[in-house]
Design a protein. Structure first.
Length: 401
């Protein structure tokens, strides 16, 4: 997704629109409008309606129907995502937001459920809402007078499209709803990471087949969906593998404790700081004043200081004081998420009295990841290696539904 902005909230959940939504909504309205004449016999055949094709294809009527049906479609997608969200909240998983974008809707959970029953309930909730909407719109078709053919067309279209939406989402293309249902079923008798890897492989295979079909049919939209499914399945499998590798590891296990930590004072000059960086092979230091943490200073902070001022300017002038902190008892996974989310290289660790307890860096966590991966694969490494691994972890994202 790209840039998004908030338009309101439902049940306390922020509702956002991605900028791509502003492109896809009129595109859908146009597509529906130019196909009204072709859709009428399809809807009449499926639902037993008697919509007069001529009545809904004259003048500006198709364009009004296209706009109304497109808005109804995305409102239905929003309710679909709200279905996921309500069940997730019931199980204690807060929802950061629901975003409408190019390929539909995304509900962002604060964390990933690992209990298969919870994931099954959350995953199935969206399609159940869509089926319910389909039934509801069909009921409206039955009660609306036959003379209101424009209303009948919109309700009939939304009845069919919601059932289609539910069916499509239940295909085993992880991370679509069907893929999450598949992972939940696999997770009944497999480790969560193994179930994710298997469901993701099914999802990637499905994406390749869908993309091939899109190419043969010259359907750009299907190709875009296939690309999204493939990338999302790969990312979710990688993220779950990372989380499994450091499961049970706390910040205290990977941090450099305070008694082994190299620090500087706020009165250290920039020239002295650069000497310390060269001597200790560090590009960032905690800044300590009167035995308390005052900030953090990094190589990036001093780049803008002219060489002529490095002997006179001090760390106090350039250090960062708005710090991201965590406690030694928090999980290493939370530290990794915080580093990725804030795009920083190190986190200050404070004890329960808000005193400096240590420092955890990206390198510390990468080492823990690599060692954890060996352990989970049957290795016997007991302590993290001091060597810097070659590969950094990929960006961490919150679960999307």
């Amino acid at each position: 997704m790209f840039r998004s902005f908030r338009i309101g909230s439902l049940l306390g959940i922020p509702i956002k629109l991605d900028v791509t939504f502003l492109l896809i909504l009129p595109a859908f309205a146009w597509l529906i409008a130019i196909q009204v004449g072709d859709l009428v016999p399809v809807l009449n055949g499926l639902l037993g309606t008697a919509i007069d094709g001529e009545a809904v294809t004259t003048g500006a009527t198709p364009w009004l129907l296209g706009a109304t049906a497109a808005i109804g479609l995305f409102a239905s997608v929003l309710l679909h995502e709200l279905g996921h969200s309500v069940v997730a909240i019931r199980y204690g998983f807060p929802i950061d937001s629901i975003t409408l974008w190019l390929l539909g809707g995304v509900a962002q959970l604060s964390e990933q459920p690992t209990n298969w029953r919870q994931e099954l309930a959350i995953a199935i909730a969206g399609p159940i809402v869509s089926v319910g909407l389909g039934i509801g719109f069909y009921a409206l078709v039955l009660v609306v007078p036959a003379t209101l053919e424009t209303a009948q067309f919109v309700f009939a279209y939304l009845a069919v499209i919601n059932v289609v939406l539910a069916a499509f989402n239940m295909l085993p293309g992880f991370p679509m709803d069907g893929g999450r249902v598949l992972r939940a079923i696999l997770g009944r008798n497999r480790p969560f990471a193994v179930a994710t890897a298997q469901a993701a492989q099914v999802g990637k295979t499905f994406a390749l087949l869908l993309g091939l079909f899109g190419l043969l049919a010259f359907n750009i939209f299907l190709i875009a969906i296939a690309f999204f499914i493939y990338i999302a399945a790969t990312g979710e499998a990688r993220q779950t593998a990372i989380q499994a590798a450091i499961e049970g590891i706390t910040v205290a296990d990977v941090m450099t404790p305070v008694d082994e930590l190299d620090t500087v004072s706020p009165e250290t000059t920039i020239a002295e700081l650069l000497d310390a960086m060269m001597e200790h092979r560090h590009t960032g230091f905690p800044v300590v004043e009167n035995d308390s943490i005052a900030g953090v200073v990094t190589l990036e902070d001093v780049r803008a200081v002219p060489p002529s001022e490095r002997d006179s300017r001090t760390v106090r002038a350039v250090m960062a004081t708005d710090l991201e902190t965590l406690s030694p008892t928090e999980e290493a996974w939370e530290a990794l998420v915080s580093l990725q989310r804030n795009d920083i290289g190190r986190l200050v660790v404070l004890d329960d009295r808000e005193r400096l307890a240590g420092l955890v860096t990206r390198t510390d966590l990468i080492t823990a990841l690599n060692v954890g991966a060996v352990r989970s694969a049957g290795g016997t490494v007991d302590r993290p290696s001091a060597e810097r691994p070659d590969d950094a972890p990929q960006p961490i994202e919150k679960p999307r539904w």
